[in-house]
Write a protein that binds this ligand. Sequence first.
Ligand SMILES: Cc1cc2nc3c(=O)[nH]c(=O)nc-3n(C[C@H](O)[C@H](O)[C@H](O)COP(=O)(O)OP(=O)(O)OC[C@H]3O[C@@H](n4cnc5c(N)ncnc54)[C@H](O)[C@@H]3O)c2cc1C
Length: 563
Amino acid sequence: SPPSSPLSQTWDFIIIGSGASGIPLADRLSETGKSVLLLERGWASSGRWGGAWKPEWLRGTNLSRFDVPGLAQLVWWDEVVGNEGVWCADVEAKAACLLGGGTGVNAGQFYLPTWDDFDANQPPGFRSRDVASALGKASQRLPWTDTPSMDGKSYLTNGSYMWREALTNSSAPGHFRFITANDNLNDRNRTSSWTEFFFQNGEKGGPLATYLVTASQRKNFKLHMNTTVARVLRDGDVATGVEVESTGPGGLTGTINVTPGSGRVILSAGVFGTFKILLRSGIGPTEEIQRLASHSIEAAKLPPRKKWINLPVGHNLDDGPNHLLGVSVQGMDSYPWETLWSSTRDNPDIKKYLGSRSGPLAQLQASIGPVSWDTVLGQDGRKRVIQWDFSSGKNVQQAPGDGGYMIFTSNLNLGHTSRGRLTLTPNLTVSIAQPPYFTDASGHDFSALLTSATSLLALINATILQTQPGSFFLAPPPGVGLEQYLRAAKPASSNHWVGTARMGERCGEGVVVDASTRVCGMRNLHVVDASVVNGLPTANPQAVFVVVAERAAEVIRGLGGRY
Ligand SMILES: Cc1cc2nc3c(=O)[nH]c(=O)nc-3n(C[C@H](O)[C@H](O)[C@H](O)COP(=O)(O)OP(=O)(O)OC[C@H]3O[C@@H](n4cnc5c(N)ncnc54)[C@H](O)[C@@H]3O)c2cc1C
């Protein structure tokens, strides 16, 4: 390889994966002047980094489809745009395999963590008092807004305002208080807020527009895309480097080494990516590695059996199950989002967006909220937080009434105890062996959902159904009780996966990484991403992963040079 290639030098830090955690961590570690290589298996999403996938009307701008908030939901509309290569083909769940990881494609909803997010889930070292400075740093680097359009207005708001009025109606049963979520971090019991986004200047924003920009200004930092890490190379308890495979134009194939005696390998490849790399490196449940060794297409590449490290990687899988309540309501604002892709610059909303980053395209579809939180105290003495996301619109195809609807989506977040498990199939696909929904033997998780849904239903009945002529429940459908409906519904994923490299204060039963973020049994191999967050936080989780990265940077910097 040529002398400037990352293959021909050694690195103080090799970070694998450019997601919500990997980018902030790379930025902070590169501040030290040490050499940092950030490896990403995917291609450039945002236009700032060379992403060029765009509709005709973005030609000649420095934006790609991934930079326009109003186009973010295209990832769900294969029939409009196709989404080839957006999702990791080797993962059964939705995981984004492009620059920015989840932050490159996601909805940008950004809620700063509550203290409970750390105190209820993480060990000493990552409790609220330990992460206070990390939280301060994260919130400085990632500004947020509830009014993304640069003209300071919100668009397509009639459903949102109608619901806000209903849920804060003080004469209605179980009404909510309205707050600004990111100014009131620990107020999550029957409170509502407009949705907070990390959008900036009418564009997507997030780590790709902030942390990665500062990292890239440093000579000691290098980002390499289209490069998949197959495994960590180990010499006993020391990671010597990584084996990489090119998976796109300009990608690298070969071995990349860390500086002997002091270099570190850090896995930030997300819940699914980190799980797979660890197993392929001979670190994980013995029975999983045994299966790979017996059947998989790469059995010969696994380290010899005596070097396997038996850890519960892939256990403790968590995600928030989604359920929907829906009401048919006439006269909701609707917008032809699906026609935007093939539209032209004559379209007044496109003109407005290109001219002043204003109008509906500066927003995430109609999802300005409100978002609501309810805290339910279970008979087991645990508090569980249920988040209700609101959206409204009009479905022209299947129109009961005039086709208008309000949807209330539950996310069973902080405090639930159900957990699942990942597995790696012989053809190296990451599969969900056990989904983490309502697996608790006691049923307290379901009871919390039912309690919260019952009170929300009563609130909707006392408000929207009284004030809006012709409105009626779509879900639960007429004649079906709430409990029966919820029990029969297959929960959808909230795509908020966490927990599969469980963090403990120190290594021991059930622990995969200690509070220095080091993989147990290894001296210089770390995990810093959603995998080390032991349970779901209160709200959409990406801010927690940024705070974890900020805290991990402090901890890793504190470990000093030699290991
Ligand atoms: C469609 C969608 C919408 C979402 N919306 C929101 C939201 O609005 N708000 C919110 O808070 N959360 C949201 N989330 C969740 C959030 O984006 C993720 O939880 C978060 O990005 C996870 O961060 P991470 O750093 O652990 O991993 P990721 O962000 O997934 O990053 C991992 C990176 O590692 C790379 N990688 C994986 N394996 C390898 C390998 N072997 N070699 C090299 N690179 C590798 C991947 O390509 C990826 O870039 C959403 C998720 C999805 C899928």
